[in-house]
Design a protein around this ligand. Sequence first.
Ligand SMILES: [Mg+2]
Length: 409
Amino acid sequence: MKITDIRATTVAVPLEAPLLHSNGAHWGRFIRTIVEVEADNGLVGLGEMGGGGESAEAAFRALAPYLEGHDPFELEALRFKIANPTASLYNNRTQMLAAIEFACIDLIGQHLGVPAYDLLGGKIRDTVPFASYLFYRYPGKDTGEVRTPEQLVAHARALKEEHGFSVHKLKGGVFPPGYELECYLALAEAFPDDRLRYDPNAVLSMDEGVRFGKAIEHLNNDYLEDPVWGLEGLRLVRERVDVPLATNTVVVNFEQLATNVLRRSADVVLLDTTFWGGIRPCVKAAGICETFQVGVSVHSSGELGIQLATMLHLGAVLPNLTYAADAHYHHLADDVIEGGKLRYVDGRIPVPTGPGLGVRLDRDKVAEYVELYRELGGYPYDRDPGRPGWYPLVPNERWADPTVTLSAI
Ligand SMILES: [Mg+2]
């Protein structure tokens, strides 16, 4: 099997509501690039990358000469062809490599008639558990704001009812830490049997990080995720707080993982199939984590069904996945895969069992969301439409005002 072509298509898929985070917001839609890698046997492998637009599409097109004639089975060679570690200092192609790796694994699976998990060591579990991933939200078309502790608990209750979550992750770093602590405590009180995690995206100061950590020590925490910036920051918080620490910001490659093994800063590493350059690097990293007793979870950088499938196949094969995965997925209003959005059952999503990634494109949906992208365009991840001109510091002090109603944007 040889690769003959690569296509990249940008789509905008609506979210139920705009989601706030420490850097800004997701403005009511996800912009994603769908990557299709075609082989000489007529098969098409699917990949996905965050962001999009003309420059992303052109960047993938520019890789056609690298890929034409390449055998999709040669995944290690692919890494050096596209993202050689020293060349990457100049061209920074890790995320593109990831999308192409997904597509190659999809091609191999379709060619052999086996699901991706069988190429990755075989599945340990049939379904992958997910956390509720709660955001402060602007009102959506059919939803109200999520700002107060009461609104947050009601939102979590509705998601639990609909999807069966028993782990709740609060994405914070938006309002002052004391206020977000109140929200977290309200969740703990409302769901005493569920597990919790808090992630302010590394914007707390050392003092605030330690204060937050100490204040939640008595709760049913999975972990405190990136309370402060940096391996050293996390290490110092970890020394002073009796809550496991997790990161998806400063252990995102093997060099950083080695540092974290030699001098522990994070107890849990959230593996992201995009940030790490593919599903296989995540499996390798999880093996290192297993040896050194570093916990693993699955990170979500915002996904449609193709990327979600990579997260499911990853989750299926990791023996040491002892934490529920994260996904933005349930905030999406729709998807571009055949059959529509994959569904949660008791807080878990069944791992696709079809050949390759096990998901196929719904061409009508792709056309619809290509059109939506043309209409609305992209949005800056690091801007909040409700606070023009604002940008955060790290550590931050420019918090949103929790007493001000979030109105539709
Ligand atoms: Mg995080």
